[in-house]
Design a protein around this ligand. Sequence first.
Ligand SMILES: Nc1nc2c(c(=O)[nH]1)N[C@H]1C(S)=C(S)[C@@H](COP(=O)(O)O)O[C@H]1N2
Ligand SMILES: [Mo]
Length: 199
Amino acid sequence: MLGKFFKKPDLSMGDRVPPGQHLTNGFPIMTYGSTPEIDLATWEFKVWGLAKTATLNWDDLMALPQHEFTADFHCVTRWSKLDVEWRGFKVQDFLALLDIEPTAKHVMQHCYGGYTTNIALADLDRAENFFAFELEGEPLPPEHGGPLRLVVPHLYAWKSAKWINGLEFLSQEELGFWERNGYHSHGEPFAEERYSSNW
Ligand SMILES: Nc1nc2c(c(=O)[nH]1)N[C@H]1C(S)=C(S)[C@@H](COP(=O)(O)O)O[C@H]1N2
Ligand SMILES: [Mo]
């Protein structure tokens, strides 16, 4: 009977929970501001800065190879959710469509609603990073970032922009919304890179 209510402790699980985090079974919604209203018919994704300027529409992106993927999710407010199931396309397949200048080292993620977050190109250009459009077998709900969000499992989840609609390629690091407000510029959960040392 117990097994019906409690998961057997999994010895490998502890290694997957970063220090100072606790596990949650639900999937809290963490949004600064309100959920933007987005119409797929006019949805656009723009690329600019140190990459050839491009505008992609929904069909362009849906033509990329699609994959199911499972990833752990760590919010800096101290909850983690393991094994979140998504469907999407690989960031690396997307980047391969672009003409990125060799001087590009950093990227600003832009979103419907105005949120931004910065990421080093090396942290973005990783095989396990995805753009997701489904969550647990359903279209990605608007409050979780639908129609399209980024998923960067190796960094705190504020680096995984919801409603993403643009990438700006930069030579130097610039700070995004939370990073300007005291969050760490890199945000690696196992190193507890929560807040900038200037705060
Ligand atoms: N556009 C946008 N993306 C965002 C946020 C936001 O407020 N706006 N919050 C970030 C934070 S702090 C977290 S923890 C995750 C939360 O994703 P969820 O709401 O799907 O749990 O989204 C990240 N991406
Ligand atoms: Mo978060």
